[in-house]
Design a protein around this ligand. Structure first.
Ligand code: AMP
Ligand code: MG
Length: 322
């Protein structure tokens, strides 16, 4: 990140209409457009279906247990006499669709996560943001790495080629095109080297994005019970921008998922759809991930706060009229 200290006054201004008058806003939105176009085109060229998001459902991502989660409250409302939750990610819809519908697809999925107010100052958190979610039947971690490495490299190339002026205005003319394959680190080794808060320390040491594998978290990510290794991953950006993608191979066996749901203290009745499919042997193994669009665009643009890439910023604790 460009600067460590973000003041509350800066955030208030950023979240107001004044933020739209900032001379950096238009170049950022131009670059964001180029990135969205490039990513969409690459996925379509590779035969991915384009699925539109849903926003309300009885089940959504529990975001638990996830060491990085910091939700202050869950958004729930009643529609037609039924309590529904605002989408925190489309993981369960993705798992069902990849099993019964198209075997590879992407979704630009709006997420509502009411992050704790102190997260306003990390420069990385919003209470509404968009994930570029992908899911692929029978895929492994490596397949998903390749998809996102291609999206990242091609969109940085496109921005450098077509938005040179904008990058200059943003002081980002020197942005690197990373080399593939990205490095892969093991979470356990990072803990030994950096301690528990390895994410940002690693991020500051990196020159190119890097994968971190084997991260204990939600029950739906695949856990190899013999080795204790989780077949999941994060992608960490350089320069202190931190995590931009989380994903993994997925659980598909009924008994194992039930055990993990119980272990995590979750209510099984929230996950009946995928449990039911698994019981009938219809839940396909798959792998997928979600990329935080604002975080990625923010990195490319060299922003101080990820909210700079939103026309109507959603900064934790700051609620504006628009
Ligand atoms: P998660 O499922 O929590 O790993 O979220 C997937 C991706 O969405 C993350 O890797 C981030 O890039 C992005 N993301 C998660 N939470 C936020 C947030 N509060 N604000 C902005 N982006 C987020
Ligand atoms: Mg994550």
């Amino acid at each position: 990140m460009r600067s460590k200290l973000i003041q509350r006054a800066d955030l208030m201004k950023l979240a107001s209409i004044e933020g739209l008058l900032d001379r950096r806003k238009l170049p950022i939105l131009r670059i964001k457009t180029e990135i969205l176009k490039t990513m969409t085109n690459r996925l379509l060229e590779r035969g991915f279906y384009w699925i539109l998001p849903i926003m309300l459902a009885k089940a959504t991502d529990p975001l638990w247990p996830d060491p990085g989660a910091s939700i202050e409250k869950r958004v729930e409302i009643e529609v037609y006499g039924v309590r529904v939750k605002a989408t925190q990610s489309m993981i369960f819809q993705k798992r069902v669709l990849v099993s019964l519908g198209p075997e590879k697809f992407f979704i630009f999925s709006p997420n509502i996560r009411i992050e704790r107010r102190d997260r306003a100052f990390t420069g990385r958190h919003l209470y509404e943001f968009t994930q570029l979610e992908v899911e692929i039947a029978y895929a492994k971690m490596d397949d998903v790495f390749k998809v996102y490495e291609d999206l990242i490299i091609e969109s940085i190339k496109a921005v450098k080629e077509k938005c040179g002026e904008e990058l200059k205005i943003l002081g980002r003319g020197e942005l690197r095109i990373p080399k593939t394959p990205f490095k892969v680190f093991k979470r356990r080794e990072l803990e030994e080297e950096y301690g528990e808060d390895w994410e940002l320390k690693l991020s500051r040491d990196l020159n190119d994005p890097a994968w971190v594998i084997d991260i204990p978290r939600e029950f739906y990510d695949y856990e190899d019970e013999e080795t204790g290794m989780w077949r999941n991953f994060d992608l960490i950006l350089p320069e202190g921008y931190g995590e931009v993608i989380s994903g993994g191979e997925r659980e598909y066996e009924y008994e194992k998922m039930l055990r993990k749901i119980e272990r995590d203290g979750l209510r099984r009745e929230n996950y009946e759809s995928i449990l039911n499919l698994a019981k009938r042997g219809l839940l396909k193994p798959s792998a997928g991930a979600g990329l935080g669009v604002e975080r990625f665009v923010g990195y490319v643009c060299g922003v101080r706060h990820v909210a700079e890439v939103q026309p109507f910023p959603r900064i934790p604790g700051i609620v504006s009229e628009l």
